[in-house]
Write a protein that binds this ligand. Structure first.
Ligand SMILES: Nc1ncnc2c1ncn2[C@@H]1O[C@H](COP(=O)(O)OP(=O)(O)OP(=O)(O)O)[C@@H](O)[C@H]1O
Length: 367
């Protein structure tokens, strides 16, 4: 997957900017506040339906503007050849509209399922040390991309959850609670099995990635915590048993929406004892393992976006990451105030861009 054009309108400091990147590694340089991260954020917004820096209305939308627009054009290798794809998203912070390959899309998820971008940025360590919702999103985003049947199951589960919660809030359990619990437990069991299988696949990818990028971490294991005592109860039974408590609380306390992913280090003292750098390396390894898993499924890598790599990792690890990236053949975006160290012999092949005064311009190699 290769992005050939990115347009941002009314997006953070950009009134309008066009960026036409190269295949392979793209280095985006500029001073603090120039707008480098915003370019990656635009791609990420299209691929994930959300920014990695908060909600659209909380700062992504340019001050004083009504709505932002993102347009992405990319090439995809298909069995019949190269296919050009286009997606556009208009977002006011409240409402959104989107188009994919000339057609209006009904669900934001349809845009996200089309464009695959995996991003590593200064907040990514939270994937290991932060709240569980980030890890659930990580699992589910990967599943959206490797299994087309996952999105309908996920929607079915969330719809049933909303309905059960609405009945719990009003206390009107005679209005179909049994039926919604049946629906919730059926969809929830499927969702859980799919997540578990996806994690097993990710685990296979993770070994070689950690070995190449961060061998000092040793082994890194992903354990799925399903959100209820699955070893002894079916989800339907767990819902029934938690009814009284859930009625008091007004929400559903068990199920895959409460699931988590435990990151374990058999050779290190534990998650709490991790340094921030180790948490970052773990998160980066998980993100790139997800890229590898998508590549295994589709025969093509997702776009890889690495924000401010130079200030996130030490020189030795930067070098390892860059060398590894050079071997996988993905389109990569790296931002920084200066070039990260470790490009070595491939420096001449890296496309360089400079962000300044609200524009992006290509710069000659070595500048
Ligand atoms: N909603 C907004 N409206 C207008 N300008 C904004 C808005 N949000 C952020 N900005 C400006 O956009 C710029 C943020 O850009 P961005 O974070 O992409 O910069 P950067 O080049 O990655 O910076 P750094 O090197 O400091 O990380 C800043 O100059 C900021 O003041």
């Amino acid at each position: 997957m290769q992005i050939t054009r990115l347009d941002l309108h009314q997006f953070r400091r950009f009134e309008h900017v066009r960026f036409e990147p190269a295949d392979g590694i793209n280095l985006i340089l500029g001073e603090n506040g120039a707008g480098k991260t915003s370019l990656l954020e635009g791609m990420h917004l299209m691929a994930h339906g959300r920014s990695f820096r908060g909600r659209v209305r909380d700062g992504v939308l340019r001050a004083g503007a009504d709505a932002l627009e993102v347009f992405v054009q990319w090439n995809e290798l298909t069995p019949t050849g190269l296919r050009e794809r286009k997606a556009g998203l208009r977002h006011s912070g409240q409402a959104w509209s989107g188009r994919l390959d000339g057609q209006t899309v009904a669900q934001l998820g349809d845009l996200c399922a089309a464009l695959a971008v995996v991003s590593f940025e200064p907040g990514s360590h939270a994937l290991v040390t932060g709240a569980a919702d980030m890890r659930r999103r990580y699992m589910d985003w990967g599943l959206f991309h490797v299994e087309h049947e996952f999105l309908p199951v996920w929607r079915r589960y969330n719809r049933a959850l909303k309905q059960r919660n609405a009945l719990l809030k009003t206390g009107r359990i005679q209005d179909g609670l049994d039926a919604w619990e049946r629906e919730l437990s059926e969809a929830g069991e499927v969702l859980t099995r799919r997540r578990q299988m996806h994690l097993d696949d990710l685990q296979h990818q993770l070994g070689p990635v950690v070995k190449a990028l961060a061998p000092s971490l040793g082994q890194l294991e992903l354990e799925y915590l399903p959100g209820w005592r699955r070893e002894s109860l079916a989800l339907g039974d767990a819902l029934l048993l938690s009814r009284e408590r859930d009625l008091q609380a007004g929400f559903t306390s068990v199920g895959p929406h409460r699931a988590d992913l435990r990151v374990r280090y058999p050779t290190l003292p534990g998650r709490e004892a991790l340094s921030r750098g180790q948490a970052k390396l773990s998160a980066l390894s998980m993100i790139l393992a997800q890229g590898a898993e998508l590549a295994r499924h589709h025969g093509r890598w997702p776009v890889i976006a690495l924000d401010d790599l130079g200030s996130e990792l030490d020189r030795q690890h930067q070098g390892r990451v860059l060398q590894w990236l050079a071997t996988v053949g993905a389109q990569v975006f790296i931002t920084g105030t200066e070039a990260p160290s470790g490009f070595g012999a491939m420096a001449a092949t890296v496309a360089r861009f400079h962000v300044e005064h609200g524009t992006v311009r290509a710069s000659p190699a070595g500048t």
